[in-house]
Design a binder for this molecule. Structure first.
Ligand SMILES: N[C@@H](CCC[C@H](N)C(=O)O)C(=O)O
Length: 278
């Protein structure tokens, strides 16, 4: 199995080129690939498959999202979390996926769509440098809460295609212990939830940490970054936000209609798994 390793602000991925959809990618195989001691190590897997090789009507696009209109994009991002679960969307993954396509000569620098389980996402990138993605309209769903070691954190529920709870705190995010998963009410979050903790550092400038559904604490989360900016913006309206995460810095633009995420996307290695290992 050929792979490429990449990351976006240290949210890292094993990229599996599978243009014809020939791989039988089981949850167990994904978990082995993402294992940081016994595998390659990553927060998730990005399978790179031609949209026309996906049996969209048979649910190949996932039980988690609609397939309508996806054939408008040549490439489908089949995203999996480190525990093997399927997610609707991954913002950093989309940016790294785009960088891979350009680097591999499968797409030209410019502006084009990637198909995801959360619909088409338009990326903009040059031959090198930052990658920007139109993340679509965030959906603010009202208040929610989670708890961490018995302490309750209140926040805003936001859908970015995948579920988020963005909680504002007033002390440095570095002080949080995220070694254990936040608890939440499964009746409120039946599909689970990604939980962000953010602090306002200055006008339109946040720091954030995240505990991701299916992956644990990661050093960045693109959809989570947008969710935190949406929660912080409240009624403040359109604007550009800077979000510092443990793995670097991302820029979020909210314009009242859609949201954009911009930042680095880097490919660091490529190789092949040993025969019979996976
Ligand atoms: N890190 C991603 C989000 C990945 C999916 C998430 N863990 C979920 O299950 O919804 C990002 O950059 O958005």
């Amino acid at each position: 199995m050929r792979f490429v390793k990449g990351h976006g602000t240290e949210n890292d991925f094993v990229i599996l080129p599978d243009p014809d959809g020939a791989l039988d990618l089981t949850p167990e195989a994904v978990a082995r690939l993402c294992d940081r001691r016994a595998g390659i190590g990553a927060d998730g897997v990005l399978r790179v498959v031609r949209t026309k090789a996906m049996d969209l009507d048979a649910g190949d696009a996932g039980d988690v999202g609609g397939a309508q209109g996806l054939d408008g994009a040549e490439w489908f991002m089949d995203y999996r979390n480190a525990d093997g679960s399927v997610a609707e969307m991954c913002g950093n993954g989309t940016r790294v996926f785009a960088r891979y396509l350009v680097d591999a000569g499968l797409a030209a620098p410019g502006e084009w769509d990637i198909a995801t389980r959360a619909g088409l996402k338009r990326v903009t990138l040059g031959a090198s440098g930052d990658v920007s993605v139109d993340m679509g309209a965030p959906v603010a769903l009202g208040p929610g809460e989670a708890s961490l070691a018995g302490a309750v954190f209140r926040g805003e529920r936001v859908s970015m295609g995948n579920p988020h709870l963005a909680c504002r705190i007033d002390r440095p995010v570095a002080a949080l212990d995220l070694t254990r998963a936040p608890d939440f009410d499964p009746a409120v979050f039946p599909e689970g939830v990604n939980v962000e903790f953010y602090r306002l550092l200055a006008d339109r400038h946040l720091e954030m940490r995240v505990f991701e559904r299916g992956s644990g604490e990661t050093r960045s989360c693109g959809t989570g970054t947008v969710a935190a900016a949406v929660a912080a913006a409240g009624a403040a309206g359109p604007g550009e936000w800077t979000v510092d995460v443990p793995g670097g810095r991302l820029t979020v633009v909210l314009d009242g209609r859609t949201s954009h995420l911009r930042g680095p996307a880097v490919l660091v290695a490529e190789g092949e798994t040993r025969p019979g290992w996976i």
